[in-house]
Design a protein around this ligand. Structure first.
Ligand code: AMP
Ligand code: MG
Length: 321
């Protein structure tokens, strides 16, 4: 049975009451500009444990703490290098997560037992109003992974959250509807514990943007991946994802709008540029599953910036065994 109360008209009063519920241990799914998050009070061990249960996520995976204001990072982080301050000033609120050495406030159940904590100020009116309402009643921060089952496609609409997690939520849990996410892929995660920023996950904030504001050369995550040799499967729909292939009749197709649809293929998205591609990718993959399509061909966008983030997600979506 589907649970979780859907709040489509998020007035100031509704957000205040959602913040109070969060404080009392309820889960609140909320929109951000990247994807929807499944939120819990980041200082409440029981509430955070429910995030893991609802997502079916391994407990050693750290969670990102969402904050109302960039100033709040000093509560959660004990060491903040100058380049991280430059990044926070330039890109928050925005699609960027900073990984910093944690303070005593950041418990093991948030950091996965690591000495670092991931922090983000999202750029979404409703998310910021909700985070501010929580802060106003003494809340320290909202732990929120993407609102999807572990390993599955992230959600970019409230309806998708409901379909994805409804059966795992409790009746008192909330889903706030703030419209479709405008970025559409998860935040750029930047490790700020070394001498230079290191990208752990590409997103809308690109290497070029980071180097421009910090004046420091970025160390790329790819260097690390090559060492470990691991290629995890993630962001996967039920459908089999094939990259840059030729769609057969009955296959789904996601490609930029100048790519023609071969006879019999089912066009799932025709984004007009790379930003639009990111914005619609996850809904298009969900649509493939909704239509029972077995195989989806995705023609990957070329170039830097957000295209790098899209190709990163697609590589993992296609890596499904
Ligand atoms: P999601 O919230 O679903 O976008 O996933 C959160 C991502 O943030 C995961 O891939 C985590 O590995 C990463 N993350 C969060 N906190 C940290 C941290 N302290 N160190 C490294 N990665 C982190
Ligand atoms: Mg996720």
């Amino acid at each position: 049975m589907s649970q979780g109360q859907f709040i489509s008209h998020c007035t100031a009063d509704a957000l205040k009451s959602a913040a109070q519920q969060l404080k009392s241990g309820t889960l609140v799914a909320f929109p951000t500009e990247t994807v929807y998050g499944l939120g819990a009070d980041a200082t409440n061990a029981d509430a955070v444990a429910r995030i893991y249960a609802v997502k079916g996520r391994p407990a050693d995976h750290p969670l990102i703490v969402h904050l109302a204001d960039a100033q709040d990072i000093s509560e959660w982080a004990s060491e903040i290098p100058d380049y991280a301050i430059d990044l926070a000033r330039s890109f928050w609120p925005g699609p960027m997560t900073l990984v910093l050495t944690r303070s005593e406030l950041a418990p093991d159940f948030i950091t996965g037992g690591q000495a670092t904590v991931g922090l983000r100020v999202p750029d979404h009116t409703l998310a910021l109003a909700f985070l501010n309402a929580f802060k106003a009643i003494g809340g320290k921060g909202v732990a929120a992974p993407s609102a999807n089952r572990f390993g599955h496609v992230s959600t970019t609409t409230a309806k998708a959250v409901h379909e994805e997690l409804g059966e795992y939520l409790a009746p008192e849990d909330l889903i706030l509807d703030g419209g479709p996410s405008q970025v559409g892929v998860e935040s750029t995660i930047i490790d700020c514990t070394g001498d230079a920023p290191r990208i752990l996950r590409p997103g809308a904030i690109s290497v070029e943007m980071i180097e421009a504001v910090t004046g420091v050369k970025v160390v790329n995550r790819d260097d690390v991946i090559r060492v470990s040799g691991s290629l995890e499967s993630h962001y996967s729909p039920d459908a089999h994802v094939v990259l840059d292939g030729h769609p057969r009749p009955g296959d789904g197709l996601i490609a930029l709008n100048d790519y023609p649809t071969p006879e019999g293929a089912i066009r799932l998205a025709s984004p007009i540029n790379n930003e639009d591609f990111a914005r619609h990718l996850y809904e298009a993959l969900r649509e493939a599953d909704a239509q029972g399509i077995e195989q989806v061909v995705v023609i990957q966008p070329e170039g830097d910036g957000i295209a790098t983030a899209i190709r990163d997600r697609l590589k993992r979506a296609a890596a499904k065994g």
